[in-house]
Design a protein around this ligand. Structure first.
Ligand code: ATP
Ligand code: MG
Length: 577
């Protein structure tokens, strides 16, 4: 490709809404163009990078026996109604009526259509297992689209779906996809981690996220400094906390505790660390019809983790709530509970339909202080081990000072970008959509399913966030828009132009993806574009080059060296592997 013919509308102007360097450089480098909120065009350079990333993913997925297909983007809402997700998915699902008044959705994910395909064609265990994937457009009407391609509304995802006749077979495929994803992200040159994760609205039993560690990440993960444990904060566990000194040993008794509605006030009143105070957090779960109150009990210096709390509620109440909502002081008071003095004793008598959940760190805990469910009163000397059948679940946020649940090593909290997510779905979709096959004994069984996503367009942002410098894009070798740019320092000089063209042809012949900067612009401007766009290497065709000495610049680190004319091809072939 000749730069003089390339459509790459680069600009010095910094896009106003660009907070992240990846967003800024992709717009300034002419890779993408915004059309609306969370809606982007991929211009030739952006398209090229996206295709290279797609290519890496395809190569690996194919080598693992997954088969590529392209599923329809517009899906009849009836399929989503069948699975029950039409109501459940929420506002990210964009739906509309077609001219015949049939409701349709723009696919945010493709479990329903793929299940329907398999249901229609796979009748016997002999046709299993099967793994189908696509790399295609998705639409999610995100509440806060931002950061360019990082959180767009229309974006490109690689989504794979596997079907199995046993959970063992699904387990094996899950591990194989884990390995495939690791290969993909290594090939793309990313520093990534596979972390335990929540399954969210997609559902299912087990899931792992692949995250790229970067300061700008919207997510947080806890990583053990000593072993392999890594988990999204939404589900990160921790070792049992160590008890501080100052244990408030006391007999069980009710205490008059005026003006102590907060943990701080109560801690000061008793001169006791908040660790020994049991606080109550009241929420209401939004159900299909109406709401239901929940009280979560935690140590005074712990915070409720929203995702853990929601999962704990759904598990113990056997519900499918999508959200836990705040309760106002007035609402709590109307339930008959004294805000600031709520405790575990008799709470069910006061509010019969309340769900009561204790944090797992309180298991067997004694010497606690908790509200007495009456104004200005607390119980001291509370020993939870004297109660049978309390509902303990992991509901507290893991804190940086907590330790690893596996090895007790120190944890560190890091910002991260989710680039992939693999799930064991089990038979959630096959059951709701009645998708069955005949097993070896001729019995009808529901398919076991897995699904495996990669944010292909988000990967462009992630790669740049991890690698770029102040001057512009630094892509990994596998994702750079061109491997090499041959920069003719002065294109008006016919000798330089001829040499540049000869080298360009030579590199093309060696199957190197090369750009020839043959524009009549100043050398400085050409260099600035190389730094902004981020081809992996630049060869400088200046005066020195006519004597057989060519300057080679690596975009990563901008290190320079001079190589002999004859060694260009082997040097680059080696550098690019
Ligand atoms: P997030 O928590 O970031 O919203 P998710 O859990 O909703 O992600 P999945 O449903 O697992 O995402 O989708 C698979 C992959 O698609 C994600 O790992 C992510 O890389 C990518 N992805 C999801 N939402 C977006 C988006 N709005 N823009 C770009 N990529 C996205
Ligand atoms: Mg999402």
């Amino acid at each position: 490709m000749r730069f003089s013919q390339l459509f790459a509308p680069t600009t010095k102007e910094i896009p106003k809404d660009a907070v992240l360097k990846s967003h800024r450089f992709m717009v300034q480098g002419g890779f993408i163009q915004q059309m609306g909120s969370g809606l982007y065009h991929f211009l030739p350079l952006g398209h090229k990078v996206l295709s290279k990333i797609r290519g890496v993913i395809k190569e690996v997925m194919d080598s693992y026996g997954a088969q590529e297909c392209t599923l329809g983007f517009v899906v009849p809402a009836s399929l989503w109604q069948e699975s029950g997700r039409f109501e459940q998915y929420g506002k990210e699902l964009l739906s509309f009526l077609d001219r015949k008044n049939n409701p349709c959705v723009l696919s945010p994910t493709h479990e329903e259509p793929i299940t329907e395909i398999i249901k229609a064609h796979i009748k016997s265990y002999k046709q299993l297992p099967l793994n189908l994937y696509q790399t295609h457009t998705k639409f999610r009407d995100e509440i806060r689209p931002r950061f360019g391609l990082m959180r767009a509304r229309e974006f490109v995802m690689k989504d794979a779906y596997s079907f199995h006749a046993s959970t063992e077979c699904l387990d094996r495929e899950f591990e194989r996809m884990h390995a495939a994803y690791s290969e993909i992200f290594i090939k793309l040159g990313l520093d990534f981690r596979a972390v335990e994760a929540d399954s969210g609205a997609i559902g299912g039993s087990k899931s792992k996220e692949f995250v790229v560690l970067a300061e700008c990440g919207e997510d947080s993960v806890f990583v053990c400094q000593q072993c392999n444990y890594a988990a999204n904060v939404e589900i990160a566990k921790r070792a049992k906390r160590t008890e501080p000194d100052n244990v408030p040993k006391a007999r069980f008794a009710k205490f008059h505790t005026p003006n102590t509605p907060t943990i701080e006030a109560l801690s000061a009143f008793f001169k006791v660390p908040p660790y020994f105070l049991m606080k109550a957090v009241i929420k209401k779960a939004r159900l299909h019809e109406g709401t239901r109150p929940v009280v979560f009990f935690l140590r005074g210096d712990d915070q409720l983790e929203g995702t853990k709390a929601l999962n704990a509620f759904n598990k113990s109440a056997q519900q499918n709530a999508l959200e836990l909502e705040e309760m106002s002081v007035q609402e709590i008071t109307e339930l008959g509970l004294p805000v600031g003095y709520i405790g575990a004793y008799g709470v069910k008598n006061l509010v019969p339909d309340i769900e009561v959940i204790f944090d797992v760190d309180l298991q067997e805990a004694d010497c606690l202080i908790c509200g007495a469910n009456e104004l200005d009163a607390h119980f001291v000397g509370v020993d939870l081990s004297t109660f049978a059948n309390l509902n303990y679940q992991d509901i507290a946020q893991t804190r940086p000072e907590d330790t690893c649940p596996e090895c007790q090593g120190p944890l560190s909290e890091k910002r991260s970008i989710e680039v992939g997510h693999i799930f064991k779905l089990g038979n959630k979709y096959s059951k709701s959509m009645e998708a069955r096959y005949l097993d070896q004994e001729g019995r009808l069984q529901y398919f076991e399913m897995g699904c495996y996503g990669i944010g292909v367009s988000r990967l462009m942002s992630a790669i740049l966030e991890q690698n770029s410098d102040k001057k512009g894009c630094v892509w990994s070798k596998a994702s750079a828009p061109f491997e090499v740019v041959v920069i003719v320092a002065n294109s008006k000089d016919s000798a330089l132009e001829a040499l540049g063209t000869a080298i360009y042809e030579e590199l093309k012949g060696a199957k190197i993806d090369v750009l020839l900067d043959d524009r009549l612009d100043r050398f400085g401007a050409k260099m600035a574009d190389f730094e902004l766009i981020g081809c992996s290497y630049a060869l400088i065709i200046g005066k020195q080059a006519l004597e057989g000495q060519i300057e080679l610049i690596a975009r990563q680190g901008l290190g320079k060296r001079v190589i002999a004319r004859e060694t260009i091809v082997p040097t680059l072939l080696e550098a690019l592997t």
